[in-house]
Design a protein around this ligand. Structure first.
Ligand code: ACO
Length: 383
Protein backbone atom coordinates (compact mmCIF):
# COMPACT_ATOMS: atom_id res chain seq x y z
CA UNK A 1 0.00 0.00 0.00
CA UNK A 2 1.44 3.40 -0.96
CA UNK A 3 1.73 6.01 1.77
CA UNK A 4 0.49 9.57 1.04
CA UNK A 5 2.26 12.73 2.30
CA UNK A 6 -0.47 13.00 5.01
CA UNK A 7 0.77 9.68 6.44
CA UNK A 8 -2.45 7.97 5.38
CA UNK A 9 -2.39 4.96 3.08
CA UNK A 10 -3.83 5.03 -0.41
CA UNK A 11 -7.41 3.83 -0.07
CA UNK A 12 -7.53 4.20 3.74
CA UNK A 13 -11.14 4.64 4.84
CA UNK A 14 -11.95 3.24 1.36
CA UNK A 15 -11.31 6.74 0.02
CA UNK A 16 -11.59 6.85 -3.76
CA UNK A 17 -12.39 3.14 -4.03
CA UNK A 18 -15.42 1.91 -5.98
CA UNK A 19 -16.79 -1.20 -4.30
CA UNK A 20 -19.91 -1.76 -6.39
CA UNK A 21 -22.13 -0.35 -9.11
CA UNK A 22 -25.38 1.40 -8.22
CA UNK A 23 -28.37 2.84 -10.04
CA UNK A 24 -29.70 4.62 -6.96
CA UNK A 25 -27.58 7.74 -6.67
CA UNK A 26 -24.91 9.74 -8.50
CA UNK A 27 -22.61 12.27 -6.85
CA UNK A 28 -20.10 14.52 -8.56
CA UNK A 29 -18.14 16.12 -5.74
CA UNK A 30 -17.35 19.21 -7.85
CA UNK A 31 -14.25 21.34 -7.43
CA UNK A 32 -12.97 24.90 -7.21
CA UNK A 33 -14.54 25.82 -10.57
CA UNK A 34 -17.29 23.25 -10.79
CA UNK A 35 -20.49 22.94 -8.77
CA UNK A 36 -21.16 19.59 -7.14
CA UNK A 37 -24.04 17.50 -8.37
CA UNK A 38 -26.36 15.06 -6.62
CA UNK A 39 -28.86 12.92 -8.53
CA UNK A 40 -31.37 10.41 -7.16
CA UNK A 41 -31.91 7.87 -9.97
CA UNK A 42 -31.07 10.57 -12.54
CA UNK A 43 -33.13 13.40 -11.00
CA UNK A 44 -31.27 16.47 -9.80
CA UNK A 45 -31.62 17.16 -6.08
CA UNK A 46 -32.37 20.83 -6.88
CA UNK A 47 -35.47 19.78 -8.85
CA UNK A 48 -36.54 17.25 -6.25
CA UNK A 49 -36.10 19.72 -3.38
CA UNK A 50 -38.22 22.38 -5.04
CA UNK A 51 -40.82 20.30 -6.86
CA UNK A 52 -41.24 16.89 -5.26
CA UNK A 53 -42.37 15.59 -1.88
CA UNK A 54 -40.86 12.97 0.41
CA UNK A 55 -43.49 10.45 -0.72
CA UNK A 56 -42.55 11.02 -4.39
CA UNK A 57 -38.91 10.57 -3.47
CA UNK A 58 -39.68 7.35 -1.61
CA UNK A 59 -41.43 6.01 -4.72
CA UNK A 60 -38.46 7.01 -6.87
CA UNK A 61 -35.98 5.31 -4.55
CA UNK A 62 -37.91 2.13 -3.80
CA UNK A 63 -39.66 1.52 -7.14
CA UNK A 64 -37.20 3.21 -9.51
CA UNK A 65 -39.54 5.80 -11.07
CA UNK A 66 -41.29 9.00 -10.12
CA UNK A 67 -44.90 8.02 -9.41
CA UNK A 68 -47.88 8.79 -11.62
CA UNK A 69 -50.74 10.56 -9.80
CA UNK A 70 -52.50 7.26 -9.07
CA UNK A 71 -49.24 5.57 -7.95
CA UNK A 72 -48.60 8.50 -5.61
CA UNK A 73 -52.13 8.31 -4.17
CA UNK A 74 -51.67 4.58 -3.73
CA UNK A 75 -48.32 5.05 -1.97
CA UNK A 76 -49.76 7.69 0.37
CA UNK A 77 -52.62 5.30 1.23
CA UNK A 78 -50.17 2.46 1.82
CA UNK A 79 -47.94 4.55 4.07
CA UNK A 80 -51.02 5.80 5.92
CA UNK A 81 -52.06 2.20 6.58
CA UNK A 82 -48.60 1.22 7.84
CA UNK A 83 -47.70 4.15 10.13
CA UNK A 84 -49.20 2.90 13.38
CA UNK A 85 -46.82 0.80 15.50
CA UNK A 86 -47.52 -2.79 16.56
CA UNK A 87 -48.80 -2.69 20.20
CA UNK A 88 -45.77 -4.66 21.43
CA UNK A 89 -43.42 -1.98 20.05
CA UNK A 90 -45.41 0.74 21.82
CA UNK A 91 -45.25 -1.31 25.02
CA UNK A 92 -41.53 -1.76 24.51
CA UNK A 93 -41.08 2.04 24.22
CA UNK A 94 -43.07 2.50 27.41
CA UNK A 95 -40.77 0.05 29.22
CA UNK A 96 -37.56 1.99 28.47
CA UNK A 97 -35.78 4.34 30.89
CA UNK A 98 -36.87 7.89 30.04
CA UNK A 99 -33.25 8.94 29.79
CA UNK A 100 -32.64 6.61 26.81
CA UNK A 101 -31.26 8.56 23.87
CA UNK A 102 -33.53 8.70 20.81
CA UNK A 103 -30.98 7.20 18.37
CA UNK A 104 -30.40 4.30 20.77
CA UNK A 105 -34.15 3.83 21.08
CA UNK A 106 -34.56 3.86 17.30
CA UNK A 107 -31.74 1.35 16.81
CA UNK A 108 -33.28 -1.04 19.33
CA UNK A 109 -36.86 -0.48 18.15
CA UNK A 110 -35.95 -1.37 14.54
CA UNK A 111 -34.54 -4.61 15.80
CA UNK A 112 -37.69 -5.20 17.88
CA UNK A 113 -39.94 -4.63 14.85
CA UNK A 114 -38.64 -7.93 13.43
CA UNK A 115 -40.48 -9.81 16.22
CA UNK A 116 -43.87 -8.84 14.77
CA UNK A 117 -42.89 -9.65 11.16
CA UNK A 118 -43.66 -13.28 10.30
CA UNK A 119 -41.44 -12.93 7.20
CA UNK A 120 -38.55 -11.28 9.00
CA UNK A 121 -35.96 -13.67 7.50
CA UNK A 122 -37.32 -13.52 3.94
CA UNK A 123 -34.66 -11.82 1.79
CA UNK A 124 -36.54 -11.85 -1.54
CA UNK A 125 -36.52 -8.48 -3.27
CA UNK A 126 -40.32 -8.06 -3.27
CA UNK A 127 -40.60 -8.76 0.46
CA UNK A 128 -37.62 -6.47 1.12
CA UNK A 129 -39.44 -3.64 -0.69
CA UNK A 130 -42.52 -4.15 1.52
CA UNK A 131 -40.35 -4.13 4.65
CA UNK A 132 -38.59 -0.97 3.45
CA UNK A 133 -41.90 0.76 2.90
CA UNK A 134 -43.15 -0.29 6.34
CA UNK A 135 -40.00 1.06 7.99
CA UNK A 136 -40.30 4.31 6.00
CA UNK A 137 -43.83 4.60 7.41
CA UNK A 138 -42.86 3.67 10.99
CA UNK A 139 -39.53 5.40 11.68
CA UNK A 140 -41.23 8.75 12.25
CA UNK A 141 -43.92 7.13 14.40
CA UNK A 142 -41.30 5.48 16.61
CA UNK A 143 -39.39 8.71 17.19
CA UNK A 144 -42.48 10.87 17.71
CA UNK A 145 -43.94 8.29 20.12
CA UNK A 146 -40.65 8.09 22.03
CA UNK A 147 -40.44 11.86 22.36
CA UNK A 148 -43.89 11.85 23.96
CA UNK A 149 -43.43 8.75 26.11
CA UNK A 150 -40.20 10.08 27.62
CA UNK A 151 -41.96 13.30 28.60
CA UNK A 152 -44.82 11.37 30.23
CA UNK A 153 -47.25 12.15 27.39
CA UNK A 154 -49.55 9.78 25.54
CA UNK A 155 -48.46 8.91 21.96
CA UNK A 156 -50.59 10.59 19.29
CA UNK A 157 -51.91 8.33 16.51
CA UNK A 158 -51.06 9.21 12.88
CA UNK A 159 -53.63 10.95 10.69
CA UNK A 160 -54.10 9.16 7.35
CA UNK A 161 -55.15 12.46 5.72
CA UNK A 162 -51.75 14.08 6.32
CA UNK A 163 -48.47 13.62 4.45
CA UNK A 164 -45.38 12.10 5.98
CA UNK A 165 -43.73 15.28 7.28
CA UNK A 166 -46.99 16.76 8.62
CA UNK A 167 -47.76 13.44 10.30
CA UNK A 168 -44.42 13.42 12.08
CA UNK A 169 -45.00 16.91 13.45
CA UNK A 170 -48.55 16.03 14.49
CA UNK A 171 -47.44 12.88 16.32
CA UNK A 172 -44.51 14.66 17.99
CA UNK A 173 -46.32 17.84 19.09
CA UNK A 174 -49.84 16.58 19.52
CA UNK A 175 -51.19 19.28 17.23
CA UNK A 176 -51.12 19.97 13.51
CA UNK A 177 -48.18 22.04 12.27
CA UNK A 178 -48.76 24.87 9.83
CA UNK A 179 -48.09 24.41 6.12
CA UNK A 180 -44.76 26.25 6.13
CA UNK A 181 -43.29 24.06 8.88
CA UNK A 182 -44.64 20.89 7.32
CA UNK A 183 -43.23 21.85 3.93
CA UNK A 184 -39.87 22.79 5.47
CA UNK A 185 -39.62 19.38 7.11
CA UNK A 186 -40.80 17.72 3.89
CA UNK A 187 -37.93 19.39 1.96
CA UNK A 188 -35.47 18.26 4.66
CA UNK A 189 -36.72 14.71 4.27
CA UNK A 190 -36.25 14.90 0.48
CA UNK A 191 -32.72 16.29 0.89
CA UNK A 192 -31.61 13.62 3.38
CA UNK A 193 -33.29 10.62 1.73
CA UNK A 194 -30.32 9.21 -0.17
CA UNK A 195 -26.59 9.70 -0.60
CA UNK A 196 -24.83 6.86 -2.40
CA UNK A 197 -22.31 4.73 -0.46
CA UNK A 198 -22.06 6.88 2.68
CA UNK A 199 -21.00 5.09 5.87
CA UNK A 200 -24.46 4.07 7.10
CA UNK A 201 -25.66 2.90 3.68
CA UNK A 202 -22.46 0.95 3.19
CA UNK A 203 -22.89 -0.72 6.58
CA UNK A 204 -26.46 -1.70 5.61
CA UNK A 205 -25.15 -3.20 2.36
CA UNK A 206 -22.31 -5.07 4.10
CA UNK A 207 -24.80 -6.50 6.60
CA UNK A 208 -27.48 -7.59 4.10
CA UNK A 209 -24.80 -9.04 1.81
CA UNK A 210 -24.43 -11.90 4.31
CA UNK A 211 -28.13 -12.65 3.56
CA UNK A 212 -29.10 -11.90 7.14
CA UNK A 213 -32.48 -10.18 7.65
CA UNK A 214 -33.57 -6.69 6.58
CA UNK A 215 -33.92 -5.49 10.19
CA UNK A 216 -30.31 -6.38 10.99
CA UNK A 217 -29.13 -4.35 8.00
CA UNK A 218 -31.14 -1.31 9.04
CA UNK A 219 -30.08 -1.69 12.68
CA UNK A 220 -26.43 -1.53 11.48
CA UNK A 221 -27.25 1.58 9.46
CA UNK A 222 -28.92 3.39 12.38
CA UNK A 223 -25.96 2.65 14.64
CA UNK A 224 -23.56 3.95 11.98
CA UNK A 225 -25.51 7.12 11.28
CA UNK A 226 -25.44 8.05 14.96
CA UNK A 227 -21.69 8.81 14.95
CA UNK A 228 -20.60 12.49 15.16
CA UNK A 229 -18.57 12.15 11.95
CA UNK A 230 -21.76 11.16 10.11
CA UNK A 231 -25.41 11.99 10.94
CA UNK A 232 -24.60 12.91 14.52
CA UNK A 233 -22.87 16.06 13.30
CA UNK A 234 -26.11 18.09 13.13
CA UNK A 235 -26.49 17.88 16.91
CA UNK A 236 -22.84 18.93 17.28
CA UNK A 237 -23.50 21.99 15.11
CA UNK A 238 -26.35 23.14 17.31
CA UNK A 239 -24.37 22.56 20.51
CA UNK A 240 -21.54 24.69 19.08
CA UNK A 241 -23.88 27.54 18.10
CA UNK A 242 -25.48 27.46 21.55
CA UNK A 243 -22.06 27.52 23.19
CA UNK A 244 -20.81 30.47 21.08
CA UNK A 245 -23.94 32.56 21.67
CA UNK A 246 -23.54 35.59 19.38
CA UNK A 247 -22.28 36.26 15.82
CA UNK A 248 -19.38 38.47 16.99
CA UNK A 249 -17.84 35.56 18.93
CA UNK A 250 -17.83 33.15 15.99
CA UNK A 251 -14.53 34.14 14.34
CA UNK A 252 -12.54 33.78 17.59
CA UNK A 253 -14.21 30.47 18.41
CA UNK A 254 -13.37 29.04 14.98
CA UNK A 255 -9.73 30.12 15.29
CA UNK A 256 -9.51 28.51 18.73
CA UNK A 257 -10.95 25.26 17.41
CA UNK A 258 -8.45 25.11 14.59
CA UNK A 259 -5.57 26.05 16.88
CA UNK A 260 -6.59 23.14 19.13
CA UNK A 261 -6.80 20.87 16.03
CA UNK A 262 -10.49 20.25 16.70
CA UNK A 263 -12.86 19.46 13.88
CA UNK A 264 -15.82 21.76 13.41
CA UNK A 265 -19.05 19.84 13.02
CA UNK A 266 -21.01 20.43 9.82
CA UNK A 267 -17.97 21.13 7.63
CA UNK A 268 -15.97 18.98 5.25
CA UNK A 269 -16.96 15.94 3.27
CA UNK A 270 -15.28 12.88 1.83
CA UNK A 271 -16.81 13.38 -1.63
CA UNK A 272 -17.76 17.07 -1.99
CA UNK A 273 -14.85 19.35 -2.75
CA UNK A 274 -17.13 22.39 -2.92
CA UNK A 275 -20.57 23.28 -1.57
CA UNK A 276 -22.80 20.31 -0.82
CA UNK A 277 -25.85 20.97 -3.07
CA UNK A 278 -28.16 20.10 -0.17
CA UNK A 279 -26.63 22.86 1.95
CA UNK A 280 -27.74 25.43 -0.65
CA UNK A 281 -31.42 24.67 0.09
CA UNK A 282 -30.96 24.30 3.83
CA UNK A 283 -29.18 27.66 4.12
CA UNK A 284 -32.12 29.36 2.41
CA UNK A 285 -34.64 27.58 4.63
CA UNK A 286 -32.66 28.45 7.74
CA UNK A 287 -32.94 32.14 6.86
CA UNK A 288 -36.64 31.96 5.95
CA UNK A 289 -37.58 30.12 9.14
CA UNK A 290 -35.40 32.40 11.28
CA UNK A 291 -37.09 35.50 9.79
CA UNK A 292 -40.48 33.96 10.43
CA UNK A 293 -39.58 33.45 14.07
CA UNK A 294 -38.35 37.05 14.18
CA UNK A 295 -34.84 35.96 15.17
CA UNK A 296 -32.05 35.28 12.70
CA UNK A 297 -29.21 35.16 15.26
CA UNK A 298 -28.50 31.46 14.69
CA UNK A 299 -28.56 31.98 10.94
CA UNK A 300 -26.24 35.01 11.25
CA UNK A 301 -23.87 32.94 13.39
CA UNK A 302 -23.96 30.15 10.82
CA UNK A 303 -23.08 32.55 8.00
CA UNK A 304 -20.22 33.96 10.08
CA UNK A 305 -18.97 30.44 10.82
CA UNK A 306 -19.23 29.44 7.17
CA UNK A 307 -17.10 32.45 6.19
CA UNK A 308 -14.50 31.85 8.91
CA UNK A 309 -14.12 28.12 8.18
CA UNK A 310 -13.83 28.81 4.45
CA UNK A 311 -11.15 31.45 5.03
CA UNK A 312 -9.16 29.38 7.53
CA UNK A 313 -9.38 25.90 5.96
CA UNK A 314 -11.21 26.19 2.62
CA UNK A 315 -13.95 23.84 3.88
CA UNK A 316 -17.61 24.15 2.87
CA UNK A 317 -20.68 23.29 4.93
CA UNK A 318 -22.16 19.82 4.51
CA UNK A 319 -25.80 18.74 4.85
CA UNK A 320 -25.60 18.71 8.65
CA UNK A 321 -24.62 22.35 9.03
CA UNK A 322 -27.76 24.27 8.08
CA UNK A 323 -30.14 21.39 8.82
CA UNK A 324 -29.35 22.02 12.51
CA UNK A 325 -30.82 25.54 12.54
CA UNK A 326 -33.71 24.47 10.31
CA UNK A 327 -34.73 21.73 12.77
CA UNK A 328 -34.29 24.15 15.65
CA UNK A 329 -36.53 26.71 13.92
CA UNK A 330 -39.18 24.04 13.38
CA UNK A 331 -39.11 23.52 17.13
CA UNK A 332 -37.59 20.03 17.24
CA UNK A 333 -35.64 19.07 20.36
CA UNK A 334 -31.87 18.84 19.82
CA UNK A 335 -31.62 15.09 20.33
CA UNK A 336 -34.21 14.46 17.60
CA UNK A 337 -32.00 16.07 14.91
CA UNK A 338 -30.08 12.90 14.06
CA UNK A 339 -33.18 10.69 14.35
CA UNK A 340 -34.93 12.95 11.81
CA UNK A 341 -32.04 12.25 9.46
CA UNK A 342 -32.76 8.53 9.95
CA UNK A 343 -36.52 9.08 9.48
CA UNK A 344 -35.62 10.31 5.99
CA UNK A 345 -32.61 8.12 5.13
CA UNK A 346 -34.52 4.90 5.76
CA UNK A 347 -35.74 5.31 2.15
CA UNK A 348 -32.20 5.34 0.74
CA UNK A 349 -31.04 2.52 3.02
CA UNK A 350 -33.97 0.39 1.87
CA UNK A 351 -33.27 1.13 -1.81
CA UNK A 352 -29.66 0.04 -1.34
CA UNK A 353 -30.57 -3.11 0.59
CA UNK A 354 -32.96 -4.02 -2.24
CA UNK A 355 -30.27 -3.29 -4.85
CA UNK A 356 -27.72 -5.38 -2.93
CA UNK A 357 -30.17 -8.30 -2.69
CA UNK A 358 -30.91 -8.03 -6.44
CA UNK A 359 -27.32 -8.87 -7.32
CA UNK A 360 -25.71 -10.02 -4.13
CA UNK A 361 -22.13 -10.89 -3.38
CA UNK A 362 -20.58 -11.07 0.07
CA UNK A 363 -18.58 -7.90 0.84
CA UNK A 364 -15.25 -8.91 2.26
CA UNK A 365 -12.25 -6.64 1.64
CA UNK A 366 -8.62 -7.31 2.53
CA UNK A 367 -6.25 -5.49 4.83
CA UNK A 368 -2.51 -5.12 4.84
CA UNK A 369 -1.11 -6.87 7.89
CA UNK A 370 1.40 -4.77 9.84
CA UNK A 371 1.39 -6.73 13.13
CA UNK A 372 4.03 -9.03 14.66
CA UNK A 373 5.77 -11.60 12.46
CA UNK A 374 4.91 -15.25 13.12
CA UNK A 375 6.26 -16.23 16.55
CA UNK A 376 6.36 -19.31 18.75
CA UNK A 377 3.52 -19.91 21.21
CA UNK A 378 4.69 -20.10 24.83
CA UNK A 379 2.55 -21.86 27.44
CA UNK A 380 1.26 -19.45 30.09
CA UNK A 381 3.80 -20.47 32.78
CA UNK A 382 6.69 -19.72 30.43
CA UNK A 383 5.63 -16.14 29.48
N1 ACO B 1 -13.05 20.77 10.74
C1 ACO B 1 -11.72 20.94 10.70
N2 ACO B 1 -10.90 20.29 9.87
C2 ACO B 1 -11.46 19.42 9.03
C3 ACO B 1 -12.84 19.20 9.00
C4 ACO B 1 -13.65 19.90 9.91
N3 ACO B 1 -14.96 19.73 9.94
N4 ACO B 1 -13.12 18.27 8.07
C5 ACO B 1 -11.95 17.94 7.52
N5 ACO B 1 -10.95 18.64 8.10
C6 ACO B 1 -9.54 18.57 7.78
C7 ACO B 1 -8.90 17.41 8.55
O1 ACO B 1 -8.43 17.81 9.81
C8 ACO B 1 -7.80 17.02 7.61
O2 ACO B 1 -6.77 17.96 7.70
P1 ACO B 1 -5.24 17.50 7.68
O3 ACO B 1 -5.05 16.83 6.34
O4 ACO B 1 -4.52 18.78 7.85
O5 ACO B 1 -5.09 16.54 8.81
C9 ACO B 1 -8.42 17.19 6.25
O6 ACO B 1 -9.41 18.21 6.41
C10 ACO B 1 -9.07 15.92 5.72
O7 ACO B 1 -10.02 15.47 6.70
P2 ACO B 1 -10.38 13.97 6.97
O8 ACO B 1 -11.02 13.85 8.32
O9 ACO B 1 -9.20 13.09 6.71
O10 ACO B 1 -11.44 13.76 5.82
P3 ACO B 1 -12.41 12.53 5.68
O11 ACO B 1 -12.80 12.48 4.28
O12 ACO B 1 -11.83 11.32 6.31
O13 ACO B 1 -13.66 12.96 6.63
C11 ACO B 1 -15.55 14.05 7.40
C12 ACO B 1 -14.79 13.56 6.17
C13 ACO B 1 -15.66 12.92 8.43
C14 ACO B 1 -16.94 14.46 7.00
C15 ACO B 1 -14.80 15.25 8.01
O14 ACO B 1 -14.81 16.32 7.10
C16 ACO B 1 -15.35 15.66 9.35
O15 ACO B 1 -14.98 15.07 10.37
N6 ACO B 1 -16.28 16.67 9.38
C17 ACO B 1 -16.91 17.06 10.62
C18 ACO B 1 -18.04 16.11 10.97
C19 ACO B 1 -19.21 16.28 10.04
O16 ACO B 1 -19.66 17.37 9.77
N7 ACO B 1 -19.75 15.13 9.59
C20 ACO B 1 -20.92 15.09 8.71
C21 ACO B 1 -20.53 14.74 7.32
S1 ACO B 1 -21.92 14.70 6.25
C22 ACO B 1 -22.71 13.30 6.67
O17 ACO B 1 -22.13 12.34 7.07
C23 ACO B 1 -24.12 13.25 6.58
Amino acid sequence: MAQKPSGRFEGEGLEGIKVSQTEVCFIDGGGPDRAAKLLYRGYNIHDLAVQSSYEETVHLLLYGTLPTRSQLDDLRRKLGGMRALPPEVLKFLQSLPRTAKPMDVLRTAVSALSFSDPRSDDVSVEVAREKGLRLVAQFGTIMAAWDRVRSGKVPVPPDPELGHAANFLLMQRGQKADDLESRALDVCLVLHAEHDFNASTFSARVTIATLTDFYSAITSAVGTLKGPLHGGANEGVMKNLNEIGTPDKVEGWVQKQFAAKQKIMGFGHRVYKTEDPRATHLRKMSLELGKRRGNTTLYDMSIAMEGAVKREKGLSPNVDFYSATVYHAIGLPLDLFTPIFAVSRIAGWSAHVIEQLSNNRLIRPLSEYVGAAERPYLPVEKR
